[in-house]
Write a protein that binds this ligand. Sequence first.
Ligand code: SF4
Length: 303
Amino acid sequence: MPKEVFGRDYQFLPRAQLLDYEEIERLARAFVANGVRKLRITGGEPLVRRHVERLIEMLAPLGVDLTLTTNGSLLPGKAKALADAGLTRVTVSLDSLDDDTFRAMNDVDFPVSRVLEGIDAAGEAGLPVKVNAVVKRGVNDDGILDMARHFRGTGHTLRFIEYMDVGHTNGWRMDEVVPAKTIVERIHAEFPLEAVDPAYLGEVARRWCYVDGAGEIGVIASVTQPFCGACTRARISADGRLYTCLFAVRGHDLRALVRSAADDVQLAAAIEAIWSRRNDRYSELRSARTADLPKVEMSYIGG
Ligand code: SF4
């Protein structure tokens, strides 16, 4: 959420327009009734939402994989409560180990050490950790090996993500993308890697393990090797809109339905109707022209 867009004068949504925890839980239940097996809480930054561990506690009984993506800055104080509430695992965004690069990419007022503390706290709380790094040519690609070296042997899985043209606030250009293949080659030259089979159908990261047994890395090649055909991800914004693609122009208003007289069966049926009509394949159609098309911002629907 760049400060020049979301500055002091930015008019955020009134609270009544956001889904409350009961509404989120009801929607999640309707999605699970439709076959969803994994729930991920994203943001913006989800840990700034007050008592977010209460939401985790409400979602845990649904019995699905329950995870959260965070910038890690509040994890030192929250990891244990989240684990106790039933969180299954956590993903931490960390694009660089170098403070200047990290701050330049993320426009935040905390240092890398704070994120590393958060990762440690999650590990101590028993949460498996994935670390996500978006790689941007000329900005942080010189730190790929440092990141690999740092997280090798820690038990945390490091994943590199190709820089994508999400929304419009990031000013994406194709020549800023470092292909996943290049990332793997660079690491492999120093720490030999071998490919690992996907853990499940539709897994977005291609996995590689270190030949010496020091763990694994993943690469998410959404630009150079799109995987729309296997994409099963639905995203709901804080105000209850369902986006069937990360690059969708508009969402479907589920909040109106949740606040209407519709019962759970009708709610689940409405979700099924939207999903079954879906034909999204933005990444397969990506070109210089599509980068300028209207689409939702990442800070609105998470990753
Ligand atoms: S572009 Fe849309 S359909 Fe393709 S993988 Fe990404 S979210 Fe899924």
